[in-house]
Design a protein around this ligand. Structure first.
Ligand code: URA
Length: 444
């Protein structure tokens, strides 16, 4: 293969054949193409794009670059959820056990955080003893026995994406719709799913801030997912404000457990506290129930998901999943009971009364990252116990002096820096803001 001529063809806007794309991925995975040439090819794709057939060929070639998870046949459909990433986005944690209790099998292969967006695996790593790295045989066993697993990609799954994503990250070629579609879907297709729900974020802390960009990405992923035989839908959700009231690895695990424990208003238990998180968890479950024809329509699916969540079964399933992945439940429970595990706690307070109109997810994500809760580079070491909680949320009435956020830090100096950065994340106004819808659209 003359790879230079393929780079030139894409640079000049030509369409590549399926065979040419397959050859590129096979040669790259086989170590026959140097990184500088693949980087040039990625940049050509970034500017020239890929049409639907090229994107499909890239997705399939990447999926086939490594091993796939092959499950025994079973009545329980295989499903998963993927989020494009946000601040405080811990939806996967309560969703996996909820879906297992609704009669699904959930091989939830997740990633680590980079920059301001948190990663599911980093959150789970804050649980003492919990193993996020499992061989494929164990992943399959867990899915069959427990119904759900949340772990990282094995070394053998979709190796092409590992290399390409690392290169895109350092060559400014991440925000390309066909490259994102191929990267995300190749990994999901390797899980042999029947149905997939995508949570595509837009807003201040999303990597596609404009709603229309996010919509284009969602349309492309839903179309290709369906063409590849995975029933796919996307929720377009707002990421101007963090999801829930906590951001930071361990603090988010705590909040996910709360979401599994808090019951709906029919039980008169305080649920409004985590309404946004709960709402995306239930919406994702309801979409999967509809996609797999386990519910006749969205409303019926949502009611079923809500009843299941309120039954307490997903909370027990969570413990079962934790124990099966190596966690010591008594140590976990003792950690949950602690108010905080970081060395230093500090609060920021409202300087005046009014209504909160802004709680900026981008600034909060940066604060959590700079406290050590996120990565500036792939090799950064994470601090699991730092972050922010008790976040005030837009629309709430705020008294002068009320807590807007609580900082969890490793040192007093870190806490002071975080508190001063956080001041600009909040805005209070005398007028109550109109609530922004959390789910803007559903793409199907
Ligand atoms: N997440 C991925 O897995 N791949 C991308 O390209 C972007 C986000």
């Amino acid at each position: 293969m003359n790879f230079l001529s393929l780079i030139e063809a894409k640079r000049d806007g030509q369409v590549l054949t399926t065979k040419q794309i397959e050859d590129i991925i096979a040669a790259y995975t086989g170590g026959q193409i140097p990184d500088y040439q693949i980087a040039a090819f990625l940049m050509a794709v970034y500017f020239r794009g890929l049409n639907t057939a090229e994107t499909r060929a890239l997705t399939f070639s990447m999926r086939d670059s490594g091993e796939k998870l092959e499950f025994p046949s079973d009545r329980r459909p295989l499903v998963d959820k993927h989020s494009t990433g946000g601040v405080g986005d811990k939806v996967s944690l309560p969703l996996a056990p909820l879906l297992a209790c609704l009669g699904f099998r959930v091989p939830m292969i997740s990633g680590r955080g980079l920059g301001i967006t948190g990663g599911t695996l980093d959150k789970l790593d804050s649980i003492p003893g919990f193993k996020t790295s499992l061989p494929s045989k164990r992943i399959i066993q867990m899915v069959q026995k427990v119904g759900c697993v949340i772990c990282g990609q094995t070394h053998r799954m979709v190796p092409a994406d590992k290399g390409l994503y690392a290169l895109r990250d350092v060559t400014g070629t991440v925000p390309s719709i066909p490259l994102i579609v191929a990267s995300i879907l190749s990994k999901k297709l390797a899980e042999s799913l029947s149905a997939l729900v995508l949570d595509v974020k837009f807003g201040a802390a999303a990597f596609m801030p404009e709603p229309n960009q996010a919509l284009a990405l969602a349309n492309a992923m839903v179309t290709l997912g369906n063409q590849c035989g995975v029933r796919t839908r996307a929720l377009l959700t707002n990421m101007d404000t963090p999801l829930g009231r906590a951001a930071g690895n361990w603090l988010e695990v705590k909040e996910a457990v709360e979401c599994l424990e808090v019951q709906s208003s029919k039980f008169k238990v305080q649920s409004s506290k985590l309404e946004d998180l709960r709402s995306i968890v239930l919406a994702s479950a309801a979409q999967l129930l509809v996609l797999t024809r386990k519910a006749p329509n969205y409303d019926a699916g949502r009611r079923r998901a809500e009843d299941c969540l309120d039954s307490g079964a997903p909370r027990r399933k969570w413990d079962e999943m934790l124990a099966a992945q190596g966690a010591d439940l008594s140590v976990f429970q003792r950690k949950l009971e602690r108010d905080h595990t970081a060395s230093v706690i500090a609060e920021i307070h409202a300087h005046r009364a009014g209504f909160l109109v802004r709680c900026d997810a981008r600034i909060i994500g940066q604060v959590v990252r700079d406290l050590g809760g996120g990565r500036l580079s792939k090799d950064s070491v994470i601090s699991y116990d730092v972050g922010v909680d008790r976040l005030a949320k837009p629309g709430e009435a705020i008294q002068k002096g009320a807590v807007l956020a609580r900082v969890h830090a490793d040192t007093r100096a870190d806490a002071t820096t975080a508190c001063s950065a956080l001041q600009s994340a909040f805005q209070i106004s005398p007028k109550r803001p109109r609530p922004a819808p959390l789910v803007w659209r559903v793409v199907q």
